[in-house]
Structure formats: structure tokens, C-alpha cells
Ligand binder design. Structure first.
Ligand code: GDP
Length: 380
């Protein structure tokens, strides 16, 4: 072998050794465990030594990840919105109905019949005046032999009640092209804020642009409550500081409505006041301010809680005197056995009951329908 070949052979062997060593080192690096965590620095606490033994349990096998399927156009199922169910007087007036239930199905009319009828009318809170007037009329019909059986008496009673509840106009007034203001007045807790919320939704659904004014600055939660309703109804809200001046807030709401071209301001008011100011004086002022141009007060709705019965009548007198009430909203009729207050309000004060609350949800504010109401009271 020539020295040249020997040298070439030595070089070739050396090259093989060098490349093999490098591959070995790199494989060693790849095959080693996870990188060591950096030493703990905070507080000089040393990381506990790592266990040198391999974990006894094998780590759970990684689930096989399937390649995501190609996006497929899925047609969204149509959202089925159930039409709002109008609550029926019959279903919601269970308590008031019970007052008259014992009365149906009588065969004859005797003294007991009159006693029980009188008691039922007073229990339903018609008030002594309207109850006596009704009974007098029915006695006259019996005397004239127009009525002979218990069923006939009930039918005559219903007809009389419906007649006495008739009014010429029960509509809510709204002048086109004006900034209408509907004021809601009434003592604390009767349901003013809730009524504004329910009615606001109805008015926006009917195409009106509504601004709600959080004029009940006495009750801490009233503005938040109204805000929730405004969002639900798609109405705007104007609110001020707690304890602030209700007239100022309502005036701001009117200005804001006029600037936006909104045709209806639903204005909440306080049922009590922080200051010593007389509530009725304050409401007079609220009404005056709300009626100042561009504002135009077209409804002052007195909200009464049906469960308070005849007490509502006392409130109605005071509020009417201060604010020229144009209609009554009778709330909580669903929980009341005293629906008879409707008669006292209409016959003694001459104020039409325009709306009634038959529950707490948005659909539960309905137009007052005297025929449906009376039929519900006497339905079996
Ligand atoms: P406000 O102080 O006059 O504003 O009274 P709110 O609007 O806060 O109502 C007082 C309570 O009465 C709330 O819990 C309402 O949900 C409830 N409420 C209002 N209207 C009705 C109704 O028609 N039926 C029933 N069952 N509850 C009602």
C-alpha cells in the first residue's frame, strides 16, 4: 500500500468518526427529558428536587385529533317566537271570582239571597254607595216581577254592572307631531315603574319613539328598574341623581325627546319625598313643568293597587285634585279579591279605568274591558 493510500484511508476513518460522534450527541440532546425549570428566585426558596424515577403511570394517551371537517353551510333554524299570550280576565281573576262563586245556580230569590249578595258586593270592595245603588235597582226589578229566579238575578246584576262601568272614552291620548307626556302618579309600591315598562314596550311595538323619565328619585332602585324596562322596550331613558329634583329630570326628558323627534315621554314620579315638601305640591309642579313647551301632557295616569281596595279611593281623590288625573291604571288585579274598586273609581269619581295589571310580565298590562271583567267575576 502506498503511503498516499494509507493517508487517505486514515482521513476517511477520521471523517466517519467525527460525523458519527456529532449525530450521537444530537440524538442525546433530543432524547433528554424536559428542560429544567429556572431556579426559584423569590424568597430564595429552592425548587424541590425532581424525582429521578420515571413516573409509574404512563401519561394518558393524547386523544387522536381528527382533522376538522370542512365547514358546511348549515341553515339556521328559524327562531320561532310564540305570539304573546294575552292574559284572560277569567284566568287571572280567580280570587275576585271566588267572592261571587257561591252565588251562582240559585233557584229562588229570598231574603238570604239579598243578604248574601250584599255581603259579596261589600267584600269585593265596591263600596257601600255603589253596592246600595245596585241592590236598589235589582230589588225594583224583582218587585216589578221582571226577575224571578236566581239565574235571572245574576244576569240582571251583570247587566247593571256593565252598564255602570260604561264610559265614553277609555283611550290613551296622543297628539300626532307633538312631544306627548304621560305622567304616572301614585303612592309607593303600587306599580308605577312596572306599568311604565309594560306600556313602553307596547308603545314602541306600535311604532312610537319613547323616552322614559326616571322621575321617582325617592326610591333608590327605581331608576335601575326603569333602565331595565327601557332596554327591554327599546326606549331611551333620562335619569338624574338620587334624591334629585323630579321636575328637572322630566323637563330634561321632554327636551331630549323633542330633540330626537320622540313623540312620547313616559314619566315616573315619586310616591314619597325625601324633603318635607308636600307630595301633592311637588306633583303640581311636575305637571306644570312637563306641560311647558315643547312638552304637552296628554295623560295623567293614577296607578292604584287593587289589593288596597277602598283605600285607593282616598288616594284617588287627593291625586286627582293635585294633577287632574285623566285615567286610572288598576294593578295587581290578579292577586286581589277586591276588584270592585273599579266601580267606586268610575261611579264615584268619574275617572275611567283605562288599563289593568293582571300580573308582573310585559304582556300582563291590558286594556280594561268592563264586559270581560264582569263576565269573569261571575264565570263558573
Ligand atoms: P312603584 O313603587 O309604584 O314604582 O311600584 P313598582 O313598579 O316597583 O311595583 C311594585 C311591585 O308590584 C313589583 O314587585 C311589581 O312587580 C309588582 N306589580 C306591579 N304590577 C303588578 C300586577 O299587575 N300584578 C302583580 N301581581 N304584581 C304587580
Amino acid at each position: 500500500m502506498s503511503p498516499l493510500i494509507v493517508i487517505l484511508l486514515v482521513l476517511a476513518v477520521a471523517a466517519v468518526l467525527v460525523v458519527g460522534g456529532a449525530v450521537f450527541v444530537s440524538n442525546q440532546k433530543r432524547g433528554r427529558g424536559p428542560e429544567l425549570e429556572p431556579p426559584a428566585t423569590g424568597g430564595g426558596v429552592l425548587a424541590p428536587p425532581r424525582p429521578t424515577e420515571a413516573p409509574t403511570e404512563a401519561p394518558p394517551a393524547e386523544p387522536e385529533v381528527a382533522a376538522p371537517p370542512a365547514p358546511v353551510e348549515v341553515e339556521e333554524p328559524p327562531v320561532v317566537v310564540a305570539p304573546p299570550v294575552k292574559p284572560s280576565f277569567r284566568d287571572r281573576l280567580a280570587k275576585a271570582r271566588a267572592t261571587f262563586a257561591g252565588f251562582l245556580g240559585r233557584s229562588k230569590i229570598d231574603e238570604d239571597t239579598w243578604d248574601e249578595l250584599e255581603e259579596a258586593l261589600i267584600r269585593a270592595d265596591l263600596g257601600v254607595g255603589p253596592a246600595t245603588a245596585l241592590l236598589d235597582e235589582l230589588r225594583a226589578q224583582v218587585k216589578a216581577r221582571e226577575l224571578e229566579t236566581g239565574d235571572q238575578l245574576v244576569e240582571a246584576l251583570k247587566a247593571e254592572m256593565k252598564l255602570r262601568l260604561q264610559v265614553d272614552d277609555r283611550s290613551l291620548h296622543l297628539d300626532e307631531g307633538r312631544t306627548n307626556v304621560w305622567l304616572f302618579v301614585g303612592v309607593n309600591g303600587v306599580g308605577k315603574t312596572t306599568t311604565i315598562g309594560k306600556l313602553g314596550k307596547r308603545q314602541t311595538d306600535a311604532g312610537h319613539r319613547v323616552v322614559m323619565a326616571a322621575g321617582d328619585t325617592f326610591r333608590a332602585a327605581a331608576a335601575e328598574q326603569l333602565e331595565t324596562w327601557a332596554n327591554r322596550a327599546g326606549a331611551d331613558l333620562v335619569r338624574g341623581a338620587e334624591g334629585g329634583d323630579p321636575s328637572a329630570i322630566i323637563f330634561d326628558a321632554v327636551e331630549s325627546a323633542a330633540a330626537k323627534g320622540a313623540d312620547l315621554v313616559l314619566a315616573d314620579t315619586a310616591g314619597r319625598l325625601h324633603t318635607k315638601t308636600n307630595l301633592m305640591e311637588e306633583l303640581r309642579k311636575v305637571r306644570r313643568v312637563a306641560d311647558r313647551d315643547p312638552g304637552h301632557v296628554t295623560e295623567v295616569l293614577l296607578v292604584l293597587d287593587a289589593t288596597t281596595g277602598q283605600n285607593g279611593l282616598v288616594q284617588a281623590r287627593q291625586f286627582t285634585e293635585a294633577t287632574e288625573v285623566t285615567g286610572v291604571v288598576l294593578t295587581k288585579l290578579d292577586g286581589s279579591a277586591k276588584g270592585g274598586i273599579v266601580f267606586a273609581i268610575q261611579t264615584e269619581l268619574g275617572i275611567p279605568v283605562k288599563l289593568v295589571g293582571l300580573g308582573e310580565t310585559v304582556e300582563d298590562l291590558v286594556d280594561f274591558d268592563p264586559d270581560e271583567f264582569v263576565d269573569a267575576l261571575f264565570s263558573a
